[in-house]
Design a protein. Structure first.
Ligand code: SAM
Ligand code: SF4
Ligand code: SF4
Length: 334
């Protein structure tokens, strides 16, 4: 297992399977920018699944134990179920998970479960159809997502739900969402709105902080923390008192956790990023397709690259005013 300069292990690999999406969430892919003329990757630019297999094997040697499939919308990538099965059967992984907007999830739950998916994280920002429709940029109402969650639960897939909270937009949905998912026994994770990419016009004033979220929840529920000391947890977990349900707070903006950031990210066209806010990535496709490619070279390049890593964008956010372009969230996958 390798550690970077400031002692960060590498345990998680996020693989984006496509940068395309069937939604246009205002905070991620605003439709004014991500329209018909946006230069999405062509299919021919995607890494092939056998190339991804080779990368996964190398990352396993470096300490990775968990893989998350993401996007764009990962369920738009043909062959994803077979890829989950390959990951399950060919590699010794602790967890294979998927983050999805769930528009295409319901019809895949059986196949994904049988293929060996450990868990699915569904993104849902509101139960109110008007608020959700505006946030997802396509007027999609919550029913389709809630039905997919039910379908996943019915086949025994473990689920978490992610809700991005934006001040003045959906903070009024915190309590309805908390009530609903407490009742369902599904962990809900409230995510502080982040300044990802270059187009969501993020301002700190639009961040509804984790402390504010917690206070709002406490107006209705008694809650208690669950092991806030665990460095393995990016989310600060809480339990509703006298209940088995829990929720989490992802405090990326107000209480950054760069020191505990153990994730590497690969884009659909094979760029390796060591931070969600980086400008450039290492071109792994070039390495995989070069004549001199072999496993040892790949391992040594990856190990050296992670070893040189000193990313801590979120910790420096308040002082770093540089206007450097950042990678887009839909391309790197969150
Ligand atoms: N399309 C899939 C989905 O939405 O679940 C997977 C990719 S999406 C980029 C991954 C996660 O990033 C989602 O849970 C989404 O809510 C989150 N996300 C996107 N933009 C964000 C932002 N500006 N701040 C915080 N979270 C964001
Ligand atoms: Fe698509 Fe997910 Fe981004 Fe929404 S958050 S636009 S669903 S990639
Ligand atoms: Fe990791 Fe970069 Fe986020 Fe810090 S800002 S937690 S280094 S991805």
């Amino acid at each position: 297992m390798i550690k970077d300069k400031i002692g960060r292990r590498l345990t998680d690999l996020r693989i984006s399977l496509t940068d395309q999406c069937n939604l246009r969430c205002t905070y991620c892919m605003p439709k004014e920018i991500f329209g018909p003329n946006y230069p999405f990757l062509k299919r021919s630019e995607w890494l092939h699944f056998d190339e991804l297999d080779a990368l996964v094997e190398a990352f396993l040697c470096l300490g990775v134990k968990k893989i998350r499939l993401t996007g764009g919308e990962p369920l738009l990538r043909p062959g994803i179920v077979n890829f989950v099965e390959r990951l399950k059967n060919h590699h010794n992984l602790e967890e294979i998970t998927l983050t999805t907007n769930a528009l295409r999830l319901a019809k895949e739950v059986h196949a994904l479960k049988d293929a060996g998916l450990s868990r699915v994280t569904v993104s849902l920002d509101a139960l109110d159809p008007r608020i959700l429709g505006e946030m997802n940029g396509r007027g999609i109402s919550p029913e389709i997502v809630l039905k997919a969650i039910e379908a996943a639960l019915s086949v025994g897939l473990k689920i978490k739900v992610n809700m991005v909270v934006q001040k003045g937009v959906n903070e009024g949905e915190i309590l309805p969402m908390a009530r609903y998912f407490k009742g369902l026994g599904v962990p809900l994770r409230f995510i502080e709105y982040m300044d990802v990419g270059n187009h969501n016009r993020w301002e700190i004033a639009q961040v509804f902080s984790a402390n504010e979220i917690l206070k709002k929840i406490q107006t209705e529920f008694e809650v208690e923390p669950i092991d806030l000391s665990s460095s393995a947890e990016v989310s600060k977990r809480y339990r509703y008192k006298n209940h088995t349900s829990e929720f989490g707070l992802i405090t990326s903006v107000t209480q950054p956790f760069c020191g505990g950031c153990t994730r590497a990210r690969i884009t659909a066209d094979g760029k390796l990023y060591t931070c969600l806010f980086a400008s450039t990535g290492l071109d792994l496709k070039k390495i995989l397709r070069s004549e001199k490619y072999d496993n040892t070279t790949l391992l040594s390049v990856l190990s050296k690259h992670w070893g040189l890593r000193d990313d801590r964008y979120s910790e420096l956010r308040a002082v770093n005013k540089s206007a450097q372009e950042k990678v887009e969230m839909s391309y790197i996958g969150g």
